[in-house]
Design a protein around this ligand. Structure first.
Ligand SMILES: [Zn+2]
Length: 446
């Protein structure tokens, strides 16, 4: 007998057309109402915000229009670290807080967020929009190959599966051959993981003698937690036989689902019913017009436990002007080109690893796997870029390798104005990743 409850839950929740196609006026009204509640919650329950709002002379009663968000104080990652562990919670951790997530804290205290049941449900709804974007829903089998744990990827995707009524296969990351086998044997149709892991799963399946594009039922992939190029998307889509969309989030704000691409692949629709997005000039912190690149800043609108006012993400993106063909009215942000933290300053030139990736992705002879090694020779930075050839490339011909290296060097120089040493290496010689790929090895300080 068909499980009616499951089907109904999925049908009711995963599309959310009333929200995703909301009229601009109605959205503004909803955002303002929720902003007022959020600011009041912050002011009344979080001493940090009461102090920082008092310091700039603003009180909850001063929020009368959406533009007033610009008068609110910022929150930085350092503020969250300083508040470790529960200083930015609006609720006592022993009360209605269902779950805790935390960043890795490799460079200081971890940033900690708490989630009430409603926070978790809202998060699941946001991720479920991504599942719907790739054709998934209550009849889907969702393979979650993001890591489970304090990292928000695994459980974020998991909650999305719950809210869309899907059957969840909670693989976590790792054990790649087993991932492939179960994907095939269980008839998985939707995969959620990092893009680099999706590629590794695809390559492993091919090595195991399968053609996942034709032999497997998998048809959709929701991939995020690291920047990836258009070429990498095409490679994943072709190898796995899927529609792949980019999902964005960060543990401080919520986790994956803050924004997600639709099938038109022209930007990520921001869940504006849950977040106000601003794009600011990272130096002056003044708002930038739509279309211009700057730092992404989010104010949460529905978070109960860890609401954030104007959180500076350090991610660089822009608002894509105009409306999307899909009919969703929620505005779109562009793919993240980099983080202000990740920006490499190479001999005085600002370069994001994603820009290097973008350049090499125009070469058919190389794969999406690459590695950047930064060293210092005397006073000068030296950049070694290792790229891997596709298996069809004739690696025995030294002259062909040298010619390819020279072409990549020239292309990087003309696009990014940086001199890079390029080393073309044999297929499969660059380390594979089961989670977020470590592309940059900065040895300059060592
Ligand atoms: Zn769209």
């Amino acid at each position: 007998m068909e499980d009616q409850t499951k089907t109904q839950i999925g049908a009711e929740r995963f599309f959310q057309p009333e929200i995703e196609k909301i009229a601009a006026d109605d959205l503004a009204k909803l955002q303002l109402e929720r902003l007022k509640q959020t600011v009041a919650n912050c002011y009344e329950n979080i001493p940090f915000y009461r102090q920082s709002m008092d310091a700039v002379g603003i009180s909850p009663a001063d929020i009368t229009s959406l533009d007033d968000v610009r008068n609110l104080p910022f929150t930085t990652k350092q503020d969250m670290r300083d508040a470790y562990p529960f200083g930015l919670f609006a609720i006592d951790v022993h009360d209605n807080v269902q779950r805790l997530h935390a960043s890795s804290g490799t460079t200081g205290n971890a940033t900690v967020c708490g989630y009430t049941q409603r926070d978790i449900d809202n998060w699941g709804d946001c991720f479920a929009r991504g599942i719907a974007q790739v054709g998934g829903g209550s009849e889907s089998i969702l393979q979650v190959a993001y890591g489970y744990g304090l990292f928000t990827g695994g459980l974020g995707a998991h909650e999305g599966g719950i809210r869309s009524g899907a059957t969840i296969l909670p693989m976590s990351s790792g054990n790649t051959k087993r991932q492939v086998q179960m994907m095939k044997d269980f008839g998985v149709d939707i995969l959620a993981c990092t893009p680099s892991y999706a590629l590794l799963i695809a390559d492993t399946a091919i090595e195991m003698g399968y053609n996942p594009a034709t032999d497997f039922k998998v048809s959709g992939a929701i991939l995020g937690a690291e920047p990836w190029s258009e070429n990498m998307r095409q490679e994943i889509e072709a190898k796995l036989g899927v529609v792949a969309v980019d999902i964005y989030g960060l543990s401080e704000v919520m986790g994956p689902g803050v924004s997600c691409e639709c099938r038109y692949h022209d930007g990520l629709h921001v869940a504006e019913d849950h977040f106000i997005i601003e794009i600011l000039d990272p130096d002056t912190l003044k708002p930038l017009p739509d279309g211009e690149w700057g730092e992404v800043v989010f104010t949460t609108l529905t978070k109960e436990c860890t609401p954030l006012l104007r959180y500076r993400t350090r991610d660089i993106s822009r608002i894509i002007p105009g409306t999307c063909q899909c009919g969703r009215t929620l505005r779109r942000m562009d793919r993240i080109t980099g983080r202000t933290d990740d920006m490499l300053i190479i001999r005085g030139v600002n370069v994001f690893p994603s820009q290097i990736q973008q350049v090499i992705s125009s070469f058919d002879e190389v794969t999406s796997y690459y590695q950047i090694v930064l060293t210092r020779e005397g006073q000068l930075d030296h950049v070694l870029l290792k790229v891997e050839t596709v298996p069809e490339f004739d690696f025995d011909e030294i002259r062909k390798i040298e010619a390819l290296q020279q072409r990549i060097v020239a292309e990087l120089k003309s696009n990014l104005q940086v001199s890079v040493e390029v080393k073309v290496v044999e297929p499969k010689s660059i380390e594979r990743s089961e989670g977020k790929a470590k592309r940059v090895h900065d040895l300059r300080a060592i």
